[in-house]
Ligand binder design. Structure first.
Ligand code: TXA
Ligand code: MG
Length: 337
């Protein structure tokens, strides 16, 4: 009995030790699961790029621990040279939480994670397992964990531990990837990203922290990204894509096309807010939640579940135009591109 207890150490401690050796860990966060490595270990960070098949010049987000400003400030000071007042206001209002800030980077830290940029993306996640892992890492001398979403490049992000295992079966089998169980993610889509290196806040990726919230906190207008922004995976036109082709359409068009096709529609999956009135349609269908928060939470799991053998097309009802749907609309447009 005593032997098996000793052979089964705390999974968080085991994960921190594995990270200290340069290993990869599937880390739950409130947004999506991340594929984590020590952000200051170039060899370990290279394993993330290899596992994902991600281009090496795409910068990764570095996660730092702490639930109070005094705690996360240590991580910020380790990686960033300078924090503009509006960025500090955003941290104080939103951390720990689903917001990533791009800041000027100290030259000697996180170089590989930053993909060669002289800036660094920092996020303090709001998930008890991620926080416990970051605390355990600190005792191993690890300041931050570089973690993109734990999926193969261009694919749908994982929101459960099982999704992560299904993305990297060989790594799991060879014991090169340790996955921490943290339940289904609450937010469901990746963090909102704000570039704070250009004197004013610039939105790089919409998420569930809305533009109006960001503007209220900073008292500044939020600029949208332009060509000066670095190449970044989450901002490529085509991303977050299932194997089946995704198309965004108004409900009436989905309905009309299904009626026209009659019974020849088993290869089409539908994801709509209103019930479909196509009597002969027997393909897989899912109901889209009325609230954007609920839709975001189940979005990636729904796309995965519709991406099944025999399904060639996933027809998704275009989300409402309201700003609250920006994050969901952005992910669906990229899945459809
Ligand atoms: O919710 C999330 O943010 C998830 C979870 C795991 O925390 N992480 C995530 O990480 O989405 P990742 O590495 O896939 O996000 C990378 C994006 C890039 O595509 C880019 O938009 C931005 O973060 N980014 C990171 N570092 C940057 C930098 N130095 N300069 C500009 N953009 C950067
Ligand atoms: Mg991703």
């Amino acid at each position: 009995m005593g032997l098996s207890a000793a052979a089964a150490p705390d999974p968080i401690e085991a994960a921190a030790l594995w990270l200290a050796k340069g290993g990869l860990v599937g880390m739950p966060t409130e947004t999506v699961y991340g594929l984590a490595a020590n952000a200051d270990d170039a060899t370990a960070v290279a394993r993330i790029f290899d596992a994902k098949g991600r281009p090496k010049d795409h910068p990764l987000i570095v996660h730092i621990g702490g639930t109070t400003p005094a705690q996360w400030q240590e991580g910020v000071n380790h990686y960033a040279t300078e924090v503009p007042a509006f960025a500090l206001a955003l941290m104080k209002a939103c951390w720990p939480g689903p917001l990533t800030l791009i800041l000027p980077r100290r030259a000697d830290v996180g170089t590989a994670a930053a993909g060669g940029q002289n800036s660094i993306g920092l996020r303090c996640p709001n998930h008890p397992v991620a926080q416990a892992l970051l605390t355990a890492c600190k005792t191993q001398g690890i300041w931050g964990l570089a973690a993109p979403s734990a999926n193969r490049f261009g694919r749908v992000s994982p929101t459960t531990a099982a999704h992560v295992a299904s993305e990297f079966p060989e790594l799991v089998q060879n014991k090169q990837l340790l996955i921490l169980e943290g339940g289904p993610c609450d937010v469901g889509i990746e963090s909102t990203i704000v570039d704070c290196t250009r004197g004013r806040p610039v939105l790089l990726r919409p998420g569930m922290v809305q533009n109006s919230t960001l503007e209220n906190i900073t008292g500044l207008p939020l600029q949208s990204r332009d060509e000066a922004a670095p190449k970044a995976s989450g901002t490529l036109d085509s991303h977050y894509a299932p194997t089946a082709r995704v198309r965004l359409m108004p409900l009436a068009d989905i309905q009309a096309a299904l009626q026209l096709l009659g019974p020849q529609t088993q290869h089409i999956a539908c994801y709509t807010r209103s019930p479909l009135l196509a009597h002969e349609y027997t393909g897989p269908r899912r109901h889209m939640a009325d609230q954007p928060q609920d839709c975001a939470q189940e979005l990636f799991a729904t796309l995965r579940s519709l991406d099944q053998p025999g399904v060639q097309l996933i027809w998704v009802e275009t989300p409402p135009p309201d700003a609250a749907w920006d994050g969901v609309r952005d992910r669906l447009q990229r899945a459809a591109a």
